[in-house]
Design a protein around this ligand. Sequence first.
Ligand code: ATP
Ligand code: MG
Length: 469
Amino acid sequence: MKFSQKLLLWTTIIIALTLGFSGFYFVNYVFETSLEREAGQALDENSILRFAFETAALNVPVKYDLLQDGTVEQIASNLESSGQDAGRLLRISDEGKNVLYASDGFEADGELLAQTEEDMYSYRVIQLGERYYIQTSSTVNALDRVLYLETLRDVSQVFEERNMGYTVYRRLTVLMLVLGIVIMYFIASKLTQPIRLLMDATKKMAEGDYSHRAQRVSNDELGQLTQDFNHMAEALEETIDKLEDEVQAREDFVGAFAHELKTPLTSIIGYADMLRSRKLDEEKSFVSANYIYTEGKRLESMSLRLLDIIVTKKEGAKLQKVSTENLFEYLRNMFTPNESMEFVYSYEQAMVLADASLIQTVLINLLDNACKASEPGSRIEIEGHVKTEGYLFTIRDYGIGIPEEEISKITEAFYMVDKSRARSKNGAGLGLALCAEILTLHNSKLEIESTLGKGTTIGFLLQEAGKEE
Ligand code: ATP
Ligand code: MG
């Protein structure tokens, strides 16, 4: 059963029970009060009649001071038809509780009479046919006799009113229920709207539509839940996108890796086959062996670089205060100006937060790339400056440059703009991938600017020590 239907059902049950019980209680309360009032009046009437009987008895001429049964009948008949309430129902019985006189229609049994003692009033409610009466009973002291006087008061009206009350309440309950159900139907569907929207959203997400968001339609707890759900969906979408990118990157990597393995292996296998299957002269043997050696070396350097990337990823960086002076001194010693390249250094001294050996690897790779891209005798500028965002390293060359559409790809593993050129320079296309990995550990990234045929500037920022946020 749906939540809105449950809400509707319980509301209906509560309305029905509340109206039913309150109606029953109210009608019954009115009925009891009316009946009590009627009983009071019936008893009053009884005592008036008793008094009238006793007075009448005193006034009858009697023989031997004894009230004859005939006289009693006479008085009773008079009382029955006299006064305003003529036609009242009464019954007179003697000391032995034998009926002396009874009005027409006085059909009550003798049960109440049997219980009546001297100087005692009692009453009960009885049903005769379709009508209801209050039967009263008392003793009458007329001269020397003790007689019993019983009256009947018609209270059918009170019962009819009670039945009418029940009918009215039943109708009211049905009306209120119908009204309540209609109103509650709208309220329930309005209240459960956020739940339905959330259900739709979960279903869509389960079907793979991670971009779907639930609409927030209220400001209560359900609205908050919708907002939290949307935040969760956002986080989930981001994670899934990231995972998909990672899977894609891994597939690309494996594809590129297999391809990069294939090229040197094909050469190695081809030359090795030639060496073993034919007798070659000394020069050809040397050329073949040299191919096998250089391609083997390429494979070795590729596996070493791959290992570097894996180890860097796994071990992370140990960031410490490092002097930029030391970093540049290290580069100066490795890349000294010579006749084939002109290295120009310009830097400010500062302390940066870095893993020194990893940053040295980055700088060496960038300088190596700059050398490979430049003609002999070109100028390469190595700079380090303090900026507001951190310490900026830049390596600028005036070499071949990179086509604009390829700039974003050169940090991918095995990506080389010109494969044969890169391979001829013993490149594996892994240097910048390693740099990017290292810089990620330093919360930084490579900024590349390049113009084809004019040169390339690659830079990255490092956080200055003592200026951590
Ligand atoms: P490896 O560094 O693994 O020995 P590689 O130098 O070819 O090989 P990366 O350093 O990753 O690989 O560079 C990827 C590619 O980006 C290079 O092959 C080259 O085409 C291009 N590239 C990198 N730096 C420059 C640069 N300064 N000028 C022009 N092209 C560049
Ligand atoms: Mg390189």
